[in-house]
Design a protein around this ligand. Structure first.
Ligand code: ZN
Length: 417
């Protein structure tokens, strides 16, 4: 491909295209020499020199030392100046909209959050806009141009138009998030399912660096799953692939709100663990959990059950073991289906008890996964904590700005986190 030749008589346009081509290569593969850039982009050395000089003057890129000589002088290497551009990454939960402003290396420079409003589509968009406005009002947002907005949202999403098609947990459908935010802020909007954004972030910045076959599993009140397959986010044609919560693990099991029976989310989630605890406390079970909730089972939380485990409470531990056994069975089905090499576990429960959760899930998965798969698969705690989805969303906005959305994730960017 030689964009140099595709000038159509419009020098300004050609220059912009060539600049963005160089910036994209420097972001993906920097530190990189000018000579290497010329080879990769098929631009002439003179064009590379002149355009990189311009980008250096604008502080969009920087010189970061010298590379290996191939006979002659050692070449000077170029990398992106991370602070030269900023992006907004947001995560929508059923309670809040969490937002971060990050640089081109995905270092978070500011955060802002607001309650999510779910009474109408318009109110929902307002709550997202409030977070964008809150971030853009920060001093840090004036230090460099903001180039895009990424949104991580639960539900089915039209990723082409950034429209929320349907979300059962938010109780919303057909919300033109992309159109509305673009109209207000004049910035391009990328929106994806939250789990995919967490998987992307863990793959690029966290536990799954360098791994092309990764499954991200959220183990919290809700459970969820995001997939990176063959170095690409796998979303499926509906943009919502990976609904592990509605995988059937007990054909005559309890009913789920989706209408099916025995879904994993009613047997192997934090919510089901707490519901079982509440039922047993209500029946007068002998457990410390009864004192934690002052005798009112409706007040029980995940934290209470985890505290109970730490206090050596037998019932809390049994409930945890049962929950994890179901979750491990669900993940083992995924392992047998897709043969991933890494399962990264995120969410509050693993953050509080990393070894217990990772080891319990690993042994549960090994019990059920086929030998060839279980010998290969690793189970690790996710590294990015509660910021994973925001980081993934911001990274998506950056990838869109740099026009690398279609480039395999395995082509590493020089991200630092
Ligand atoms: Zn279900």
């Amino acid at each position: 491909m030689s964009t140099q030749k595709n000038s159509s008589g419009n020098a300004g346009w050609t220059k912009r295209v060539n600049r963005s081509l160089l910036l994209r290569e420097i972001w993906l593969d920097g530190p990189i020499s000018r000579a290497e850039l010329a080879i990769r982009t098929e631009l002439s050395p003179a064009t590379v020199t002149s355009l990189t000089e311009q980008m250096l003057r604008e502080s969009l890129i920087q010189e970061v030392g010298k590379g290996v000589s191939r006979g002659g002088r050692k070449p000077i290497l170029l990398s992106v100046n991370p602070g030269a551009r900023l992006a907004v990454g947001m995560e929508v939960t059923t309670e809040r909209v969490l937002g971060s402003l990050m640089n081109l290396h995905c270092d978070i420079v500011e955060s802002f959050e607001a309650p999510v409003r779910l009474e109408s589509a318009a109110a929902f968009v307002e709550s997202l806009a409030a977070v964008v406005a809150g971030l853009l009002a920060k001093d840090a947002a004036r230090a460099a141009p903001v180039v895009g907005i990424g949104v991580a949202c639960p539900g089915l999403i039209d990723v082409e138009t950034a429209e929320l098609r349907y979300s059962s947990s938010l109780g919303l459908e057909r919300v033109p998030v992309g159109r509305e935010l673009e109209r207000r802020f004049g910035l391009p909007v990328a929106m994806h399912k939250g789990m995919n954004m967490s998987a992307l972030a863990e793959n690029q910045l966290g536990a799954g660096k360098g791994e092309d076959h990764l499954v991200y599993v959220l183990f919290d009140r809700q459970i969820g799953l995001g997939l990176v397959m063959d170095g690409r986010m796998y979303m499926g044609p509906q943009g919502g692939a990976g609904e592990i919560g509605h995988m059937t693990v007990e054909i005559n099991g309890p009913y789920c709100r989706c209408g099916n029976r025995g879904c994993l989310c009613v047997l192997g989630s934090g919510e089901s663990m707490v519901a079982n605890a509440a039922r047993l406390v209500g029946q007068g079970a002998d457990t410390i959990l009864a004192t934690y909730c002052n005798g009112d089972p409706a007040q029980l939380t995940i934290e209470h059950v985890l505290e109970g485990i730490e206090a050596g409470d037998r019932l809390a531990r049994t409930l945890f073991n049962e929950t994890v056994e179901y979750l491990a069975a669900g993940i083992a089905n995924v392992v047998n289906l897709l043969g991933p090499r890494l399962i990264a576990i995120g969410g509050r429960i693993v953050r509080r008890h990393p070894d217990l959760v990772v080891q319990s899930l690993y042994s549960g998965i090994c019990k059920r996964a086929l030998p060839g798969y279980r010998d290969e698969v690793k189970v690790l705690q996710a590294e990015l904590g509660s910021k994973a989805a925001e980081l993934g969303a911001g990274l998506m906005a950056i990838r869109r700005y740099l026009n690398v959305e279609g480039v395999a994730l395995s082509k590493r960017a020089q991200v630092s986190s």
